[in-house]
Ligand binder design. Structure first.
Ligand code: AMP
Ligand code: GLY
Length: 425
């Protein structure tokens, strides 16, 4: 089979790496890809939002299966464009990807189907939002309705901060049309867990749990980012949490979407918060998490392409997902200044030192090949270094040792990824 992967980050690198292990796959393409992906796939210079060009390419090259890694093309309807042309593609159609594309939609869905989530209100009019803030409790959470690279969520400690937030989201349109509507939500406290799942429209099978570290700096300081590091499994995702979510969250979400005439085929990412009042859904995404995928997929025993095909063909119920009985930790190496502004084009040293046989992996996020043929930085998140070991503390130690082998100007990383694991050992 020939497979095309759409996207260019660490998530697409790990998807390509896992796809390369499939017995069914003979050739991998990635659009647009990055320098690391280019070592295992042929990168194609088409952006993820050029749906017709991507479909032309898939037709011309007789691609058997396209896998979409990123949220923007899914929310924009890439799957509908491919399906119209009878091209096989994995991901939700536009009417189901709205689960991630509109926070107002997903909150209303949860309310309608009694899926536990934080209390909220949706606002279209900034003046009404301002009025609501007068009588609210603080802290409070403001969320741009649409996609905003994970940066459209503002946690406001005071009324003044929240007023500024409403102004920047809805009036100054800091995230463009994503701020046409906003969700104002009750602030919750608790530990976060990410759960990824495969869905075939009816059946849902969940993967091993993970935990992300979203803030830029140690001790959860600094701005929200796409994710600075992950570990899997999460020891906080206990049997009780799993049972609760199976009963009230996972199948309930899939059934709700089907009932609304929006059957979901693809990956649903459940962002959960374990609060003292119970488990709540923080958010849904319609794709693999990045960098959650970099710790979950290396632990998955199944052939990814077999599972993906079972989802598309509606026979996921026949698949048993299996994960290794071990642990993985991923530390992201970012460019100084991320997530605000940063330089690109710095040479990366030490990439050759990685030996996958030792269960350490380097997944490229923002890299490219310079004119001189060197691998250089090309984004805010540059690399994700994943290590696997028998236990989380060992995987953590191994990942932190491994990141010392690579270097580039302005490299920065959090030093406390997975530190919470040590507290419970
Ligand atoms: P989201 O994109 O909705 O997951 O929000 C990004 C991050 O903001 C989450 O991972 C949480 O850390 C935080 N967050 C979102 N909603 C809430 C909430 N209601 N209470 C506390 N923190 C939140
Ligand atoms: N790591 C969080 C996300 O992919 O949205």
């Amino acid at each position: 089979m020939k497979v095309l992967i759409v996207g260019s980050g660490g998530r697409e690198h790990v998807i390509a790496w896992k796809t390369a292990q499939s017995k069914k796959v003979s050739k991998i393409y990635c659009a647009p890809g990055n320098a690391g992906i280019g070592q295992i796939a042929t990168c194609v210079d088409i952006s993820a939002m050029e749906f017709d060009k991507l479909a032309d390419f898939a037709q011309k090259e007789s691609i058997d299966l396209t896998i979409v890694g990123m949220d923007d093309p899914l929310v924009g309807g890439i799957v509908d464009v491919f399906e119209k042309r009878n091209l096989r593609i994995f991901g939700p159609r536009k009417n189901a990807a709205i689960l991630e594309g509109s926070k107002a939609f997903s909150k209303d869905l949860m309310k309608k189907y009694k899926i536990p989530t934080a209390a909220y209100e949706v606002f279209h009019d900034p003046h009404q939002a301002m009025e609501y803030l007068e009588t609210s409790q603080y802290p409070i959470v403001l969320k741009a309705d649409g996609l905003a690279l994970g940066k459209g969520v503002l946690i406001c400690n005071t009324k003044e901060e929240a007023q500024k937030g409403v102004k920047s989201l809805m009036m100054d349109k800091q995230f463009g049309d994503a701020g046409n509507q906003i969700v104002i939500e009750e602030f919750m406290v608790g530990r976060e867990v990410s759960v990824l799942s495969f869905v075939d429209g009816k059946t849902i099978k969940i993967m091993s749990s993970a935990q992300d570290h979203k803030r830029a700096l140690d001790n959860d300081q600094g701005l929200n980012t796409g994710g600075m590091g992950t570990f899997s499994p999460s020891p906080f995702y206990t049997k009780e949490v799993d049972e609760f979510c199976h009963k009230y969250v996972y199948q309930a979400t899939v059934d709700a979407l089907a009932k609304e005439g929006r059957p979901f085929i693809g990956i649903i990412f459940f962002g959960l918060m374990l609060t003292k009042d119970g488990i709540k859904v923080l958010e849904y995404n319609a794709r693999f998490g990045d960098p959650e995928a970099q710790v979950v997929l290396p632990r998955m025993k199944n052939d990814l392409i077999e599972v993906v095909e079972a989802c598309i063909d509606g026979r996921l119920s026949q698949i048993d997902l299996e994960f290794e009985d071990n642990a993985a930790v991923c530390v992201v190496l970012a460019s100084e200044g991320y997530p605000v502004s940063y330089q690109k084009g710095y040479p990366i040293k030490g990439l050759k030192a990685f030996d996958h046989s030792e269960d350490t992996y380097i997944f490229h996020a923002g890299t490219t090949v310079s004119e001189g043929g060197e691998i250089v930085t090309n984004g805010g998140r540059v690399l994700g270094v994943t290590a696997k070991a028998d236990t989380l503390p060992k995987a953590r130690q191994k990942a932190y040792e491994a990141i010392q082998q690579v270097d580039f100007k302005g490299k920065y990383n959090r030093t406390d990824i997975g530190r919470s694991i040590l507290e419970i050992e």
